[in-house]
Design a protein around this ligand. Structure first.
Ligand SMILES: Cc1cc2nc3c(=O)[nH]c(=O)nc-3n(C[C@H](O)[C@H](O)[C@H](O)COP(=O)(O)O)c2cc1C
Ligand code: SF4
Length: 476
């Protein structure tokens, strides 16, 4: 069945008929309420703090820091936009590296002794912008996502992968050209990395952040631990060993940054890496045999979901007194469609192997299943931008019926920074600002440029990179 553009589904009935034809079930409220009684405007209590509504801005990296890890004017522009979004939970801002070699690219922000002051100013800028627009920031909760890119580190040259791997992966090593003698991180190096996460958290607290997100998603280091099933030693093999990194980081933060809240964004399920088939559509990479071990939250086939370990992970978070979780999936490096469903992927990616609405429903429904089974935690669910005009309808039912506590907004917060404010005040959505998942914000950094919403944000459209992007897209 040909993929229909969401913008052509003009009525709720059109959407419903189309979803039925796809065999997809999505939460949906026909009428979206606004004002203080609206489900999405309700407060959420977290310990002694109150978070003012049910929207979160998801972490969105811009590839635009200085090469010594400091924010630039472009970074500040994005954080100001997060401040005016209207969302009261800022989940991490963007990935911020805990050490130079852990950067996914040479322009990733870093939280080091010498940059902490600038990160404090960046947070303050977001908070002040929020106060100017909404009057108060008492109910705003701002976290910092602390990260090590692990297997996908490009710390010193955008084009040179300098991977820090936990095990040799039979598909990813080949896909990314890793020689068989690429060293695996030793337990001592892991110990040092744990210390980097702890120091980063102490600095995040100094900088005024309310919480740190110990990133465990998208194929980066934290996530790779979860699938290190055949690593030997105390950080691989059993579930207990694969979560030791998290436990040790948390223990260090509790000891050295008491009072700092902790959240974890994790890929709650993963699939086998995908690659383009003959028609360009994504297909699972062929494997020897029929079992695939390296997808956390998968059923062993690499294409099905088994929540046994993700639920055990949530139990562990509860034991560690962590309440905040953000549910994502897979990795943009090898199976983007399960993580950021898009109709128009980056030219170097495969074409969507499924209607992106299938991917959206999978993400939302898995978060809902986890919430149902472990209701004690506070959940942010992800993957809503592809819903476009229908985002508010789905968001409202998700929150109203307790399928997640917060709706996370990623790409849409780049194309339409104040969409949340518009939803909450009942303003008609500005169609020309709605993200159509063209993937320019991903294609640009993959080609060495800063990220941003090139087609819809005039600021980026007027930059020289926009022409470069069009050229890249027309030649691939
Ligand atoms: C340009 C870009 C940058 C991103 N940067 C991060 C990041 O730094 N950390 C992270 O956890 N996720 C990152 N993501 C993933 C988003 O947070 C989000 O999970 C994803 O885009 C799906 O949500 P959406 O459908 O609302 O866009 C990024 C996505 C994009 C498109
Ligand atoms: S560039 Fe803009 S419209 Fe395109 S996917 Fe990114 S946010 Fe959406």
């Amino acid at each position: 069945m040909a993929i229909r553009r969401v913008s052509t589904l003009k009525t709720a009935a059109d959407l419903s008929t189309y979803l039925d034809a796809l065999g997809v079930s999505l939460p949906f409220d026909e009428t979206v309420q606004s004002g203080t009684d609206a489900p999405l405007a309700q407060r959420c209590v977290l310990g002694k703090r109150t978070i003012g509504n049910r929207f979160a801005v998801l972490p969105m990296e811009g590839w635009d820091g200085t090469t010594n890890g400091r924010p630039t004017e472009l970074t500040k522009k994005r954080w100001r936009c997060f401040g005016v979004s209207g969302a009261k939970l800022i989940w991490g801002g963007e990935a911020v590296a805990v050490c130079p070699e852990g950067r996914s690219n040479p322009n990733e922000l870093m939280i080091l002794e010498e940059t902490v002051g600038e990160l404090a100013k960046l947070r303050k800028l977001l908070v002040q912008t929020h106060e100017e627009r909404f009057g108060s920031s008492d109910d705003l909760f701002v976290g910092l996502q602390i990260s090590h890119a692990g297997r996908f580190a490009h710390p010193y040259d955008k084009k040179r992968l300098e991977p820090r791997i936990l095990y040799h992966h039979p598909i990813l090593d080949r896909k990314f050209g890793l020689p068989s003698n690429t060293p695996v991180m030793t337990d001592t190096e892991i110990f040092n990395s744990i210390n980097d996460f702890i120091k980063a958290s102490v600095r995040a607290q100094q900088a005024g952040f309310d919480f740190v997100d110990i990133k465990h998603c998208h194929g980066y280091l934290g996530h790779e631990f979860l699938s290190a099933v055949d690593r030997t030693g105390c950080y691989g093999g059993s579930f207990e060993n694969r979560t030791r990194f998290l436990r040790e980081v948390v223990a260090g933060i509790r000891a050295e940054a008491p009072g700092l809240d902790i959240g974890v964004r994790f890929s709650a399920f993963d699939f086998i890496p995908f690659e383009p088939g003959e028609d360009g559509r994504g297909k699972p990479t062929p494997i020897d045999g029929d079992s695939y071990l390296y997808a956390f939250g998968s059923d062993g086939s690499g294409l099905g979901i088994d929540l046994t370990e993700p639920l055990a992970f949530l139990d562990l978070l509860m034991k560690l007194d962590i309440q905040l979780v953000c549910i994502s999936a897979g990795s943009p490096y090898y199976n983007f469609h399960i993580q950021r469903p898009a109709l128009f992927p980056s030219p170097d990616d495969y074409l969507p192997p499924e209607d992106p609405l299938v991917g959206v429903a999978r993400l939302i429904n898995i978060a809902a299943q986890l919430k149902r089974q472990r209701p004690q935690l506070i959940y942010v669910s992800s993957g809503y931008s592809y819903l476009q005009e229908w985002l508010p309808n789905v968001a409202q039912q998700v929150v109203r019926t307790g399928q997640a506590d917060f709706v996370g907004i990623g790409r849409m917060s780049l194309s339409y920074p104040d969409i949340v404010a518009d939803i909450l005040t009942g303003r008609q959505l500005r169609r020309k600002s709605i993200c159509r998942t063209c993937s320019d914000c991903t294609t640009a950094p993959r080609n060495g440029m800063v990220s941003g919403c090139y087609p819809l944000d005039r600021f980026y459209r007027n930059r020289p990179e926009f022409k470069q992007l069009r050229k890249i897209k027309s030649t691939k």
